[in-house]
Ligand binder design. Structure first.
Ligand SMILES: [Zn+2]
Ligand SMILES: [Zn+2]
Length: 428
């Protein structure tokens, strides 16, 4: 039978990588709790309709990146490409929006997009997302931005990662339903004469979703857009005030930021605030985290009743790439307390001792294949064992064992009676 390989664009997170993920996740949980966000866990697949209506038919995600299939009941199902639509669906379906005035939600989980796989961009990837539903205050936008930065800075300092200490926060306003059309008009008029010079993707965007032209990476489009009209100049008073208060709040929190008038993000549902946190390390294309306000999304699923909300998502695989240049491997190094060296005659006594120690929360490993003493010590080193407990046949007959300090090589003989207490005191 031929070998089966994993699907292109997916990853196997083996021991070390899995520990790294867990370390990051622990920080995500801890920081989320400090800002009083609560975790939810939602299905990985949803009805396709949720994403079509929530994210927008014209977005890249919905038009070409979703993993969609028909199930046995002939329903169209999609693997979630992002977390916001599902969160909104769950909040409405479980009546969360009625119970609390503000819901602060976070999630950590895998998302699926059929993109061309490259470093930091996978078809199955892990995302940390936060959503604050029920407030129209620009201060909640500031809070979301602060939490993202807090996480990245904590990882940077804990793991001594310089690349993560140099971050660039970009913010913009994309307007609301009142002022967005005016801006779209102005943009459309300004670009009309140069429409032919835009890339083919942007020519299509020009008619369907003109805002998306602003973040085109094509050199020709970038130069055409150099002196393009700015959203802020067309924003209504409410959107202007919202943006000004956000800037003021960021200043008060000593958070540096750059205003990027071309930052629109790839999703239709954003209103007012859009933001991205970039690291120079990943190149200009890649944001580590990004998000924005979506005051007009919830009404789509809530019988037209709008509830203001703001949220963000952070890509965990991209973090892992940045953290390659850090102390990560040393910080998460796995170790065990005791490696028990066994002989054929002593494995029966061994299992009894091993079990007793584990009941006392001592981490213990041994080699029941009873390979040579030399290879058992090699294994002890591989697991970074603090001590080896050697159960030699003659010693065991005498109710004794030898404890070796794996750092110093010092050995002490201990009787079975005192074994447990000696080990516990050494591990203190
Ligand atoms: Zn507006
Ligand atoms: Zn273009």
């Amino acid at each position: 039978m031929s070998q089966i390989s994993r699907i292109r664009g997916t990853n196997d997170f083996l021991y070390n990588d899995s520990r790294k993920l867990r370390y990051i996740e622990e920080i995500l949980h801890k920081k989320s709790r400090i800002y009083n966000f609560e975790q939810i866990r939602l299905p990985i697949f949803e009805y396709t309709d949720l994403f079509q209506r929530g994210i927008g038919e014209e977005t890249d995600i919905v038009s070409k990146e979703m993993f969609t299939f028909t199930d046995r009941g002939n329903r169209s199902i999609t693997l979630r490409p992002e977390g916001t639509a599902g969160t909104v669906r769950a909040a409405i379906e479980n009546s969360l929006l009625n119970e609390r005035s503000i819901n602060k939600i976070y999630y950590i989980g895998s998302m699926y997009r059929a993109e061309r796989p490259q470093k930091g961009r996978y078809r199955e990837f892990n995302q940390y997302g936060i959503e604050c539903i029920g407030s129209d205050s620009p201060h909640t936008d500031a809070e979301i931005i602060a939490l993202n930065l807090d996480i990245l800075k904590t990882l940077s300092s804990n793991l001594n990662c310089e690349a993560l200490s140099i971050l660039n926060l970009e913010i913009n306003t994309v307007g609301c339903e009142k002022c967005k059309p005016k801006y779209n008009d102005a943009l459309s008029k300004q670009l009309a004469s140069q429409k032919d010079k835009l890339c083919t993707v942007c020519q299509n965007r020009y008619d369907k979703n003109i805002l998306r032209i602003l973040d085109c990476k094509n050199e020709g489009c970038i130069s055409i857009l150099e002196n393009v009209v700015k959203m802020y100049d067309y924003a209504c008073d409410e959107c202007k005030a919202h943006f000004n208060i956000l800037c003021d709040a960021l200043n008060k929190m000593n958070i540096d930021f750059n205003i990027n008038p071309k930052l629109v993000r790839g999703l239709d549902y954003y209103t007012k605030t859009a933001f991205e946190i970039k690291s120079n390390y990943l190149g200009t294309q890649s944001a580590l985290a990004g998000g924005g306000r979506y005051d007009n999304l919830i009404g789509i699923f809530n019988n037209g009743k709008q509830v203001p909300a703001v949220g963000s998502a952070m890509g965990i695989e991209r973090l892992l790439i940045i953290l390659e240049d850090s102390n990560f491997d040393n910080t998460i190094k796995n170790s065990i307390d005791i490696f028990v060296v066994l002989f054929k005659e002593t494995s029966n006594v061994g299992i009894e001792i091993i079990n007793k120690l584990r009941q006392k929360n001592v981490s213990v490993e041994s080699d029941f294949n009873i390979r040579s003493i030399k290879s058992q010590f090699k294994t002890a080193d591989k697991y970074n064992a603090k001590y080896a407990l050697i159960l030699g046949p003659d010693e065991v007959l005498d109710n004794k064992a030898t404890i070796r300090d794996m750092n110093t090589g010092d050995e002490t003989k201990v009787s079975f009676e005192t074994l447990e207490s000696v080990i516990l005191s050494k591990l203190k």
